[in-house]
Ligand binder design. Sequence first.
Ligand code: DGY
Length: 321
Amino acid sequence: MSKPYVYVTRKLPEHTLTKLADIAEIGMWDSEDTAVPRDVLIKEARRADGLLVMLSDKLDDEILRSPSLKIAANLAVGYDNMDTAAAERHGVVITNTPDVLTDTTADLVFALILSSARRVVEAAQYVKNGDWKSWSPLLLAGADVHRKTIGIFGMGRIGEAVARRAKGFDMNVLYHNRTRKEITETLVGVRYAALDELLQHSDFVVNLAPLTKETTKMFGKEVFLKMKKSAFFINGGRGGSVDEDALLHALQQKEIAGAGLDVYEVEPIDPNHPLLTMKNVTALPHIGSSTIETRCAMARLAAENIALVLTGKAAKTPILL
Ligand code: DGY
């Protein structure tokens, strides 16, 4: 009997796929840096039993209705790139990569908080540009992070990991979430706040919510106006949750002090996007979970999910439809 066929939409380290290779024939898009063209993905999906896809691949009805497709494993914890209703209609299992990326992503969110407040990127560029002429008392003076208030919007696993880091900085941690997390409140020492209270009191407003109908463009004009003028907006969730015109306006009008962004409405962000001209914007290319260890763990987990489903077992981390 021939092995099932799995298509992987980006070049991944071979060692992360060895177990999958035992049970399946693997086809792979031969590039680390460029996304598989849509027509190639459609063609490959038509003959595939499983797909291992990236968050930059749009998995809609056209892909998910492929006749032999049984599983699509996303190399990300977020899965707003997938049409979950279409997956359900066509009986395709979809999986994500929770847990293995939690701490790595929380580290990066904290790096964004520190970089934004302490102007790290701007300061490093200042030295490299040869602009440093003398020590001076207020040279590139930023804002303190320790003992400030952080407001986390979206208290899932990553939110909790960010909260734990914040506690290490003696920060006061507020959070807002669809549901209250009483256990986290007790274990980590965080306090639930209504959204307005969180916005009004936080020195760092951190978005970690998944992109849903409810969160789409929810960080808009009204939200930025409610924040302190000295506060920073940090986005480690999804760019679609932000109205970027409103964010730009808030930064230009000094309604907020700065922003640290890892995600954007459109990715990659246009290099000429006006947000990138702002000195008080720290902009990263969606690298929240990008360490060698974690990206390999994510690839192994995605591959394991596919192997399980293609051998008639339950996936380890299915998205509950
Ligand atoms: C995810 O897994 O959803 C993250 O955004 C990746 O960095």
